[in-house]
Design a binder for this molecule. Structure first.
Ligand code: KG4
Ligand code: ZN
Length: 338
């Protein structure tokens, strides 16, 4: 079979991204961040879709240029159908449909979460990475989702546990906001935590049945804790910022890890991957690695550029779905929840 040239398009939240793959080899992966949201302390959907409209064509041009690929050489257009912000998804979906119609390329819709997981299978012309073998467990931790996924093959997944309220990334972001830190809070907390003591403070850990997660209680306990301490010392946050970040981060990691350990015991699977924006967290990466060494797991920790939203992960997922026979029709519409 001839090599396939895949254009990936990602626009589910606040990153506009386009990538070109030749089969599973990444030739380019271009990303435009939207700084407009920072001053609001969170993503404003209306502003996000407008920025996608402005960014999408230049980003795709750049991805094609870097890959040295012409529009007419694209065989498959893989785009994020959901989950995400509807107005944002509409931009990538409509663009992909228009381009498919104009070029005759095949269209393949992708679930954004599958994309995060399959980012572990991206190679580059000069870089071959170790890939997890099936079946493996993936701790998928992002701004919108927290799941333990049993990955049976490229196309079959089973969710073993997931959050019943907030996602881990949301816990980072919301607690960061309470400390007057900029959005997104996860990377800022990560940085400050390096200077702090993770044992300085203790926050309530949720008790949830089975392999599910809950982070809303932790967020509330953090907020009440701050309120009480600020009443005693108005400068409490300023005085103890690093310790607060380190302790909060430690708690979130403990919660994430305890169910992952349970999932390994239940399934007997020792191939363990992490994915999603929160997998950029240095504390979590270190902890997964260390637990892996202690418990005999084979761990897969993504490169930083594949942790947060990017189109290369959408393109690789589109590639495997295309090989599996999936095609989308031109009347496909985005979905906020999948
Ligand atoms: O996967 P992602 O880019 O977007 C979604 O699909 O949600 O994840 C974004 C989330 C945000 O909540 C952000 O705070 C978090 O990932 N994040 C981090 C770090 N980098 C990004 N959380 C903790 N530590 C980090 N270093
Ligand atoms: Zn994501």
């Amino acid at each position: 079979m001839k090599n396939l040239t895949i254009l990936g398009i990602e626009s589910s939240c606040d990153d506009t991204s386009a990538a070109v793959l030749r089969d599973n080899l990444m030739l380019s992966n271009v990303l435009a961040n939207q700084e407009v949201h920072q001053k609001y302390g969170g993503v404003i959907p209306e502003l996000a879709s407008r920025a996608h409209q402005q960014n999408i064509i230049p980003v795709v041009h750049r991805a094609l240029d870097l890959a040295k690929v012409k529009v007419k050489e694209i065989d498959v257009i893989a785009f994020t159908r959901g989950p995400g912000l509807l107005g944002s998804l509409l931009v990538g979906t409509s663009f992909s449909k228009g381009l498919a119609l104009a070029t005759g390329a095949d269209l393949v819709e992708v679930n954004h979460l599958q994309g995060h997981i399959l980012s572990h299978f991206i190679d580059e012309p000069e870089i071959r990475r170790p890939h997890p073998s099936f079946p493996f467990l993936c701790l998928l931790v992002s701004g919108g989702h927290t799941q333990i996924v049993l990955v049976k093959n490229y196309l079959e997944y089973e969710i073993l546990g997931e959050t019943i309220d907030d996602a881990a990334g949301e816990a980072f972001d919301k607690c960061a906001k309470r400390m007057n830190l900029p959005y997104p809070g996860g990377p800022v907390i990560d940085k400050l935590a390096k200077e702090g003591n993770p044992d300085a403070f203790h926050f309530a850990k949720p008790r949830v049945e089975g392999l599910d997660y809950s982070f809303s209680g932790l967020k509330t306990s953090f907020l009440y804790f701050l309120r009480d301490r600020i009443a005693e010392n108005p400068l409490f946050i300023e005085d103890r910022k690093a310790d607060l970040c380190a302790s909060l981060q430690r708690t979130i990691i403990d919660v994430l890890m305890s169910n992952l350990v349970k999932a390994v015991k239940q399934t007997g699977i020792f191939e363990i991957a992490i994915a999603g924006g929160v997998s950029a967290n240095s504390g979590l990466r270190k902890r997964i690695y260390e637990e892996g060494v202690t418990r005999g797991w084979k761990t897969y920790i993504p490169e930083f550029r594949f942790t947060t939203d990017n189109a290369a992960m959408i393109a690789i997922t589109g590639y495997y779905r295309y090989l599996g026979g999936f095609r989308s029709s031109l009347d496909v519409a985005p979905v906020a929840r999948m």
